[in-house]
Design a protein around this ligand. Sequence first.
Ligand code: ZN
Length: 236
Amino acid sequence: MVDSQLTEKLFWKDAYIKEFDATVVSVEGSRMVLDRTAFNPRGGGLVSDLGTVGGQALAEVLKEGDEVIHVFQSQPTSLKGTRVHCLLDWERRYRIMRMHTTAHILSSVVHGETGALITGNQISPDESRIDFDLEQFEKEKMVSYIDSVNEVVRRGVDVRSYFMKRDEAMKMPGLVKLANAAPPTVETLRIVQIGDVDTQADGGVHVKNTSEIGKVVGLRTENKGKKNRRLYFTVG
Ligand SMILES: [Zn+2]
């Protein structure tokens, strides 16, 4: 049984924690719950963080309700109540952060130009993609959107996150549609704001400043159905 106390989400307080110590709350087969974690679980289109807990490699990190489940490649040897040292695969994680912030900027640019809604996304360390509710997406358009994203990167815009009561967030005109997207049971929303570029209710990890992204490269577009255009990108 999992303790009623939920895992403290260190990745929300500081996305730059590369290692930390934690206490094992429970172990069930290859699954472990910690009292605190900096491993960002799979969700919201982001792939899971990887790394080691007590020297043992993680296969994946999952979210179940508000709980974070660390899944190992084999049965973990650390027992309930023991202290474990945890190490993130930082190279992977930092690319996920840079890709994720890029995805928010790109969504905002394309939405601003076309009004298209985002119907899906997949943020991975090597290559990421966003699906737009669009009938047309020419190659030249992709190039110009990516140019606009790189402008935001060059401007060095600060990214900040904060928590807001749902009813307060609903009063902000720009946030209403986003707040509606979150489950109605959620009382408090985490808001991620990229300066004047984009504000969204979001649970994922981001860089502190857009200058950290480096260079964004548009890879290709794909037609996925009549009104679905998929754009692939990466960061240099
Ligand atoms: Zn996001």
